[in-house]
Design a protein around this ligand. Structure first.
Ligand SMILES: Cc1cc2nc3c(=O)[nH]c(=O)nc-3n(C[C@H](O)[C@H](O)[C@H](O)COP(=O)(O)O)c2cc1C
Length: 339
């Protein structure tokens, strides 16, 4: 029996199945970072297509945290109405909606003033970031908290902290980019301090029953000087103790290296997080119905996140129901296609 379509709960969040739309930047916002018709159609289509949770792309908590001038933003109250419109439509299709709160740090587009843990550029393409002082760090923490509060105001159901792919929170966690000798650097406790303080600040502004997840690069994909899995498992445990409900397991991004990818390649990472007592979701080539279902059925994952598979087919969840011999649940308008 398939388990991919079992419901799932995370605090008050109730998902109709275990399929999560992974955050994907669309680079389709005007300079003010507001939602456009593109976002409405793009996210709306995946809600129509039956995913359990629509997760908005990395949405920046600060204007200088943008990867590109066309990123979505959540740094200004003027961005709330567009986000609310998106949330309302996604809700009307039976899916909750979350937002991935991000700050690119040293990977900000070179047109912006980049900040980071230390004055080390990611590559020649990027600026050397300004190493944040304690006041700058407090500002970043506040920006994340304010972003979370705006998500709540816009009617979002949960938030995810982007602690992966070489962006600011990951930059602090990784010895590759963090060479600080104050309380925000050095050993693992120092390097994960910003992540934990952001988690605390975000939890503080949100209702107790609203979930907060975090995406972590569990491994640094073979980059020289990167942290080992034990570090991220410890980070996962401590984040969980600070009220982070689930770890979204990815890899890499903080050094210009590539890693081999294949179906299910991050499943051992979510299994390891689960073995550490923390709910987990793998991402990366999980868009094969039998594989996705086996990930859940075998207990190696609580949820699966899909990105490119959902770009290719917004109705992937409905197709997976057919592939797994589960009664398809299309919206009423599309029922004739599934008789
Ligand atoms: C167009 C595109 C944009 C992406 N943007 C984000 C993002 O905003 N935040 C993030 O954490 N990952 C982002 N990713 C990575 C995906 O969320 C996902 O981790 C990755 O594509 C692997 O999953 P897949 O094999 O299902 O595509 C992006 C991927 C794609 C294809």
């Amino acid at each position: 029996m398939a388990h991919l379509f079992d419901p799932f709960e995370s605090r008050r969040l109730q998902l109709r199945n275990r399929i999560v739309m992974s955050p994907m930047c669309q680079y389709s916002a005007p300079e003010d970072g507001t939602v456009t018709e593109w976002h409405l159609v793009h996210y709306g289509a995946r809600a129509v297509g039956g995913v359990g949770l629509v997760m908005l792309e990395m949405t920046q908590v600060a204007p200088n945290g943008r990867l590109s001038p066309a990123d979505l933003g959540i740094w200004d109250d003027a961005q709330i109405p567009g986000l609310r419109r998106l949330a309302d439509f996604v809700h009307s299709q039976g899916a909750p909606i979350g937002v991935q709160l991000g700050h690119a740090g040293r990977k900000a587009d070179p047109v912006f003033d980049a900040v980071g843990p230390s004055a080390i550029a990611f590559s020649d393409h990027y600026r050397v970031p300004l190493a944040l002082d304690t006041k700058g760090i407090a500002t970043v923490i506040d920006q994340f908290a304010q972003g979370a509060h705006r998500a709540l105001e816009a009617g979002f159901d949960m938030v995810e902290l982007h602690g992966a792919h070489g962006y600011l929170l990951h930059q602090f966690l990784s010895p590759i980019s963090n060479r600080r000798d104050d309380g925000y650097g050095g050993d693992l406790s120092g390097r994960m301090r910003l992540l934990l303080e952001v988690a605390d600040a975000v939890r503080n502004v949100l209702p107790q029953d609203m979930p907060v997840w975090a995406r972590l690069s569990m491994l640094e994909a073979g980059a020289p000087g990167g942290y080992p899995l034990e570090d991220t498992l410890e980070a996962a445990r401590r984040l969980h103790a600070h009220g982070i409900d689930l770890i979204d397991c990815t890899t890499g991004g903080n050094a210009p290296v590539t890693e081999p990818e294949f179906p299910g390649f991050r499943l051992p990472l979510s299994a390891a997080v689960k073995a550490a007592g923390v709910p987990a979701m793998p991402v990366g080539h999980m868009d094969y119905p039998q594989l996705a279902d086996a990930a859940i059925s075998s207990g190696q994952a609580d949820l699966v996140a899909l990105a490119r598979g959902l770009l290719r087919n917004p109705h992937w969840a409905l197709a997976a129901q057919q592939a797994l011999h589960v009664e398809p649940t299309p919206p009423i308008q599309y029922r004739r296609a599934y008789r």
